[in-house]
Design a protein around this ligand. Sequence first.
Ligand code: SAM
Length: 344
Amino acid sequence: MASAESQLADTLARALRDLRISVTDRCQFRCTYCMPREVFGRDFAFLPRAELLTFEELARAARVFARLGARKLRLTGGEPLLRRDLERLVAMLAGIDGIADIALTTNGALLAGKAGALASAGLRRVTVSLDSLDDAVFMALNDAAFPAGRVLEAIAAAADAGLAPVKVNMVVRRGVNDESILPMAGHFRNSGHVLRFIEYMDVGTTNGWRLDEVVPAAQIISLIDRQWPVEPIAPAYPGEVASRYRYRDGAGEIGVIASVTQPFCRGCTRARLSADGKLYTCLFAGTGHDLRGPLRRGDSDQALGEQVAAIWARRTDRYSERRTLQTGRTQQVTRKVEMSHIGG
Ligand code: SAM
């Protein structure tokens, strides 16, 4: 493993440290902000199985990224637990030299039955998405009649399997679930889990995003602070996307992910691999770079690594920062993001 490879940096001197792997573009939920039913309905053409990277291809790709400096892997989707035997992939990834951390982001629907096997296979951490404790609100958001109680059971099962503390992601959309902020904060205080509020992001033309539906992270924090005073704490590691706070009374930690109001492109060390093997250097990148072709035509790991390194070295992405600069945060943009392919 050449040390020169781990010095890989893009045009803004950002290293490649994290790889998000979308293992499927399918999901059982139809969250209105992510895969709305009007777009991802009965007729939506999801990827045929043959177009998905196999576990062997995913593990090979991860090995190539690890040689270039990636240390953390996150499995996402779509809903990653819809990919059968995901624990087999986790075990393959856990054996890769240089990989220090494997995490999973899930809606929790299938997690309770899988948490033990995933943890035994080498999964280190889990993030579970939950946007409200109020079933009327949660079901209107997930549009799949899925109750919040089952997600809470999944969080408990993950903790029992040794995956605590669980991170809980709540996307906040004004007028939709902002009244759930305090009940969610109250529920997860003293739980040992870390609730993170995510600003509702523009994923282009599919979710009808409007700036006035974003509740700025600063507002979320001051709302909580009035009820339960909080203070900021240092990032757990350089480039952490969430800003962390702790309750002054010792009831635990919360986080905010202010992708809209305080973009963090400068510290972004993440690459994304879509379910069909495209490398995206930004969540908002309009196009990806095909790695499935090279993987399937038998390119060597060395050749694959050179291709990825060349793509990363040319990377200029700072989409969210530019948008904020250009629009003064007043306009909507219409870039389409394949959230289901490249994960959130
Ligand atoms: N299905 C899994 C889940 O529900 O966690 C993984 C994929 S999902 C795309 C990953 C994360 O992205 C979730 O926490 C989800 O809430 C978040 N997300 C999706 N669309 C978003 C949006 N428009 N703005 C902010 N976060 C979003």
